[in-house]
Every structure is written in C-alpha cells, then in structure tokens.
Ligand binder design. Structure first.
Ligand code: ADP
Length: 632
C-alpha cells in the first residue's frame, strides 16, 4: 500500500514526540479527549441549524477502552468525524507548523515546544508505536482509516464504520527500563488522569470499569462472602467547568493544571482571578496572568483574546474585544448565559453585553494588579519584567488617553533603593525642596545611575528614576504631569539645582570665558548649540545636556525608526564642570595653544557622547587625536 509522507515540520515534531524524554507523557490523553470534545461541539453546532445531523444531548459522549492483552487504549467520540481530506490535512500536517520554527534538537527545547504548542494529536506518539484512526464524517457515506507507525509516513484507506464519529486506537510502546507505558492500561490510572486534566470536559467520558461485588447469600448460608466481578460503565468526569465552581472550592493546583492545559503554558500562572459578576450582565470570569511572556508574545503573530463561552459552550476561542491591548497578556475564560450562541464576529463589537464585560474585565485586571503590587512586590516585579513594557506602550499609545488607567501600575528602579518603586511612592518620599521628578536614561539602570548629571542630582539629596527601556521616556512624556509634578531628565539644560549664588558664579565664568567657549564651539562645527561651564555635573568633567523637549536618548531611539531622520540630532550643549581641574587647563590652552584647544574640544565632545550612550561619530579620528596627544 502506498505510504504518504508527513510534511517536513510535522515530521520533525513527530520525531521529537517519538523520542521524547518529556516526563509528562500522560498529557496525551488530555489532548485526545480535548479533540474529541471539540469534535462533538462541532457536530452539536451543526445540529442547531440542521437537526438531521444531531443526537439527543445526553447521547454525546467520549468512550475510553483499555485492552491489556492487546496493549491498546482507545478514545472514541461521536463528534463530527473526518473525511479523507480532513485526515490528510489534520493528521498529515501539524496544525501549528506555520506559527513558528522548531529551533533545535535540544531536549529542553522539546519540552518547551510541547508546552507552547499543545501538540495535540501527535502527543499520542509519545506513548504509542502505532496509531489507527477510524472515522466517519457527517454527510459522508464512507468511513476512513488512517494508520501510522510514526515518521515513516501514514496510509489512508476506506474502512467500515457505521456511526458518525472518530475512534483512535493507540498501540502502546513496550515498557523499557525507566519508561512504563502499561500504566496507561490501568483503569485507576486512567480515572486519575481524567480527574486531573479533563474533569471539566462537558461531555461524559465513559469507561467500563471492572469491580467486584459481594454475591448475595442464600438464606441461612454461612462462611466467607463470595464475590463476583462485574463491569460497570462509569462516567469519569464531573463535567462542571472549573469556572462554574465556587472559587473557594478550587485548589491552586487545580487552577494551575487547568491553566496549563488550556493555554499551553508550562508554568503555573502568576495570578488567578476568578469571580462571578452580577448586574445588568451576569457572567463568570476566570483570568490568568502568566509568569512569562509566551514565545510569540513580542511578534506580530501573537493574538490577544479571552475564550468566550455561552453557558458552558465555547463560542469563540479568542475574543479580542474583551481585552484592551495593554492587558493583552491576560489569558482566560468568560462565560455568560446572557450571550446568544450564534453571536458573530461582526455583531460582537456592538454587542452591549460584550462591551459591558470588557469594561469590567479591564477594571478587575487593574485592581488585581494593584493588589499584587501592594501585597507581594516580589511577584509584581516578576510580572513587570515580563509585561511592564506592554503597560508603558499602553501609556504612550493613543496620545496618552489610557495614562490614568495605567500610570500607577508602572514601577521603576531608582538610585535610592534596590527594589522597584511606583510614581506615587517616589513622589511621597520627595523632600519639600524637590520640585520635579528626576529621571536618567541609559542602556541599563546601573549605567543610568552613573551618569554625571544623575550623580549631581543625587548629591542634592534627590532620588532619580533609572530608565533603560526605549519606551520609558516616551511613556513619561505621555504622563507629562504626575501629582502636580513634572518630569525632568537629569541631562536637560534647565536642571536648575543651584542656589542663586552658585548660579551667579557660573554665569560670571561663562561671561568671562565667552571667547574661549565660542572657540571650542566653533571647533565642533555646529554639532552642539553651545559649550559652557556648568555646576551640575557632580565630580564629572564633561557631559551633554539637551536643550529642547527631545532628549539625546529620545533622539537616538527616534532616529532608528524610518522617516524620523530629522531627530538624528537633538539640540545639545557640551557642558564643562566649572570646579574640575579641566576648566583651568582649557583656559590655559586658550591663552597659549588655540589649536590644541580645538583638539581638546573634539575629544571632550566624543567622551560626552559616549557617556550619554550615543555613538561616537568618527572613532578613527578620535583614536588619532588621542594618539597625537600621547606622542607629543
Ligand atoms: P489541534 O487540536 O490543536 O488543532 P491536533 O493535532 O490535536 O491539533 O488536531 C488536528 C486537527 O485534527 C484538529 O484541529 C481537528 O480538526 C482534527 N481532529 C483531531 N481529533 C479529532 C476528532 N476526534 N474528531 C474530529 N476531528 C479531529
């Protein structure tokens, strides 16, 4: 018989499954049951508009059979079934193969891929050496059998099957030294797995379970009781979705298992939000904040959304209208019996219920995040490291209209303490004399704290927010005023930290040395607006300060974006520390060696750029200039 080949990516995935060292092989059952449940959903949906294809509601079910002699475990459903084309498409290709590259053959990666994709059907190859799928689709007169022993390929042939639905027979692998597969033939083990992973599946999962029962004694009979073995057809799942249960009845572990299985994460959620909302629209929400961003979170492939259910029946996998972009990392389920089953994507946006739910979801997420921030700052830091950038984008986007929702969720590193602080905490601990909220920007918070101007502000007894995300300064720009305070970049020209006396002294020095400063500025050929003395550099000899709204760092970020070349150079001044020995050297050179003064100006400018995290415009020239001085 002609064997067909799996598509390349599917083959890689299969190969990984077959040779998997993944310890969690048991999830295969969950995956197959979840597929079976989806297939029944599909048939049920069809029956809403075409009563000829439906069954009585109570007849839909999933059946598990274990055969110890044949070493097989079978999962059967009376769902929508598959045609030969479906088999080809669905089981010949892995559903998610277009959503990412499988990076390496490294086992750790395999594990995370299994977690990320929720590999579905193929996971059965972790425990099986051969799989036979027999299926008959709705509307199809013919049944088909798909069969495969793994990477070699698969065959599809016609088969005998009366009832519509799918039956999947797994021939378990032989037990090896440290791998037992026969455990999956054990009825207790199967019951345990179904309780653990599939309890909430809305259709009954049935299995024949052997039990022994005492034989009834004849009247007057004595002696030890006799037992007979009987087969009981049991329903193994409670069929109550976890979100229908009372929050107080659900353990953290149950939430975690549900979350991981439902949303393909390998880690438990950082926070779980489970409430019943009453009011004009009644619904249950079960939301999760993940610990880590999913692998595709920062790519354009990531789709936000909440699973939408109408009284236990899923009507949409990812309802994006329920989540604002800035909370797009939240996963979860919303279930409302006020929603109609046949709501469409088009009517969704205008739907009153959906709008109401979306509003209260946003409020709830915010209040839960604030609670976490207050009660467990360590956890909140984990959250913020994963998703803080998204909140900052939220503050900046749409001309800042979401800033009131988001600004108190932001936390920052500062010079004063090694934990993150909120803007409110920063402002609350400001000394009376401090007028602005100071911040410094560099590639890392550590570098930002070492900037000359940062040190100068710290010396005045003020704390400085240390920024290092490209979006940071834009987000603060969008907030603009917080608690009546404006934000000030420590490199800004009008930092104004001095007393009147100090200001006068600087002013005088600048006037007296105007010619020298102009000569230095001329040497820099328009690269800076001015060269001047300053008393706000702490111990440091030189620094750049920005003159306009756009700081040097913002200019650097903006200039990287296409169409923004005009931002390539912010208006900057080169500042020389008035109390540094350097200022005397410069004055002396102005009197004795003007050529060398211009050489110094160029070197100092290059140094100041570097300190600000800007590129040196001409490193070769700089190197030559320094060597020239060294070899004098
Ligand atoms: P996923 O379920 O994530 O789409 P799977 O690899 O588990 O990926 O399944 C691929 C597809 O095969 C499913 O989307 C579905 O269309 C089909 N399928 C799997 N199991 C069944 C089943 N029991 N009945 C009908 N179709 C099924």
């Amino acid at each position: 018989m002609h064997k067909k080949q799996f598509k390349t990516e599917s083959k890689k995935m299969l190969d990984m499954m077959i040779n998997s060292v993944y310890t969690n092989k048991e999830i295969f059952l969950r995956e197959l049951i979840s597929n079976a449940s989806d297939a029944i959903d599909k048939r049920y949906f069809r029956s809403l508009t075409d009563s000829s294809v439906g069954l009585a509601r109570e007849d839909y079910c999933i059946t598990i059979t274990a055969d110890k002699e044949a070493r097989t475990i079978t999962v059967a459903d009376n769902g929508c079934g598959m045609t030969d084309k479906d088999l080809e498409q669905n089981l010949g290709t892995i559903a998610h193969s277009d959503s990412g590259e499988f990076k390496s053959d490294n086992n750790d990666d395999n594990i995370s891929i299994i977690g990320q994709f929720g590999v579905g059907f193929y996971s059965a190859f972790m425990v099986s050496s051969r799989i036979v799928v027999t299926t008959r689709a709705l509307d199809s007169q013919v049944a088909y059998r798909w069969e495969s022993e793994g990477v070699d390929g698969y065959t599809i042939t016609e088969a005998d099957k009366e009832a519509i639905g799918t039956e999947i027979v797994m021939y378990l692998k032989e037990d090896a030294e440290n791998e037992t597969y026969s455990e999956f033939l054990d009825a207790y083990r199967i019951q345990e797995l179904i309780k653990k992973y599939s309890d909430y599946i809305r259709y009954p999962i049935r299995m024949d379970v052997e039990t022994s029962r005492p034989l009834e004694k004849a009247e007057g009979e004595e002696g030890t009781p006799q037992y007979e073995t009987v087969v009981e057809n049991r329903t193994l799942n409670s069929m109550v979705p976890i979100w229908h249960r009372k929050a107080s009845d659900v353990s953290d572990e149950e939430y975690a298992e549900f979350y991981k299985a439902h949303f393909y994460d390998t880690q438990a959620p950082l926070r779980t939000i489970h409430t019943r909302m009453e009011g004009s629209v009644e619904y249950e929400m079960l939301l999760f904040v993940p610990q880590n961003a999913p692998y595709d979170y920062y790519s354009k492939d990531y789709v936000k959304g909440i699973q939408l259910y109408s009284d236990g029946v899923m009507i949409m996998e990812k309802c994006s209208d329920l989540l604002p972009d800035y909370f797009n990392f939240v996963r979860g389920v919303v279930d409302s019996s006020d929603l109609t089953l046949n709501i469409s994507r088009e009517t969704l946006q205008q739907n009153y219920q959906v709008k109401t739910i979306a509003k209260s979801i946003e409020k709830k997420i915010k209040s839960e995040l604030l609670k976490m921030q207050k009660e467990d700052r360590e956890k909140y830091e984990i959250f913020f490291k994963a998703f803080g950038a998204q909140l900052k984008y939220g503050v900046y986007s749409d001309y800042g209209i979401h800033k009131d929702v988001l600004q108190d969720l932001l936390v920052f590193r500062t010079t004063a303490c090694d934990r993150y602080v909120t803007l409110k905490e920063y402002v609350d601990s400001m000394p009376e004399s401090q007028k602005s909220i100071y911040y410094a920007f560099a590639d890392t918070p550590e570098l930002a704290s070492q900037l000359p101007r940062t040190q100068a502000v710290v010396e005045k007894g003020f704390d400085v927010l240390l920024l290092s995300d490209d979006i940071d300064e834009f987000a603060l720009g969008a907030i603009n005023i917080y608690s009546d305070k404006t934000f000030k970049n420590v490199t800004s020209g009008d930092l104004d930290l001095s007393t009147d006396e100090e200001k006068d002294a600087v002013k005088k020095a600048n006037e007296e040395n105007a010619e020298m400063l102009t000569a230095m500025s001329d040497a820099l050929e328009g690269k800076v607006k001015a060269v001047r003395f300053s008393n706000s550099l702490g111990e440091h000899p030189v620094s750049l300060s920005s003159e306009g709204y756009i700081s040097a760092e913002m200019a650097r970020i903006l200039s990287k974006m296409p169409g923004n070349e005009m931002f390539a150079n912010a208006e900057m001044a080169l500042e020389i520390n008035i109390s540094h020995k350097l200022s005397e050297t410069l004055k002396k050179l102005f009197a004795e060696d003007k050529e060398k003064l211009s050489l110094y100006a160029k070197i100092l400018y290059a140094q100041a750029r570097q300190i600000s995290g800007l590129e040196i415009e001409n490193p070769v020239e700089l190197s030559n200039m320094i060597c020239e001085l060294m070899t004098e």
